[in-house]
Write a protein that binds this ligand. Structure first.
Ligand SMILES: [Fe+2]
Length: 163
């Protein structure tokens, strides 16, 4: 699993990375059309951007399922699951490992168009790899359905970290 490989490369907890990798998309069991009402029932804070584009709420729902159904209480795993799609400001190394793994091992056919940007940066640090990906998104943000505020926070935070 990619999250495990990156955890090894960046000297982090491999077992935690494996568990985060297994559970990050567990909320895929909830159909997109039911995600907002499900999240409301769980008491999750729903941002306007998430109402407009409910796919993004899956990261927060996965965190709750990992915690309440799979009894994961390791905060590093829960945090990484919760931000694996958008990242966030003040992210940990482990958050970045799970985030980048999710982008490298994407859920569509073929090779991600941004893969080279990530791979060119990853030798510098895992933060550079996240930054390379997010910078591409921000540069074409007019084409995005929504810009999640956590993504913007991550961009600002990483801009400081890598420069
Ligand atoms: Fe996901």
């Amino acid at each position: 699993m990619m999250s495990e490989k990156l955890a090894e490369q960046f000297d982090s907890d491999k077992v935690a990375a494996f568990n985060a990798g297994l559970l990050h998309d567990i909320s895929g069991i909830i159909p997109n059309s039911k995600r907002i009402s499900f999240a409301e029932d769980l008491g999750i804070t729903i941002l306007p951007e998430e109402r407009m584009f409910p796919m993004i709420i899956h990261q927060k729902i996965s965190r709750v399922i990992a915690n309440e159904v799979f009894n994961i209480d390791n905060q590093q795993i829960l945090s990484a699951i919760e931000c694996h799609t958008t990242l966030k400001g003040d992210s940990t190394k482990f958050d970045n490992i799970v985030f980048v793994a999710d982008k490298i091992e994407w859920d569509q056919k073929g090779t991600p168009p941004y893969l080279n940007n990530i791979l060119k940066s990853i030798d510098l640090s895992i933060y550079h790899a996240s930054y390379a990906y997010i910078k591409l998104l921000i540069n074409q943000k007019d084409n995005l359905k929504v810009v999640h505020p956590w993504l913007l926070d991550a961009y600002n935070d990483l801009t400081n970290k890598v420069n």
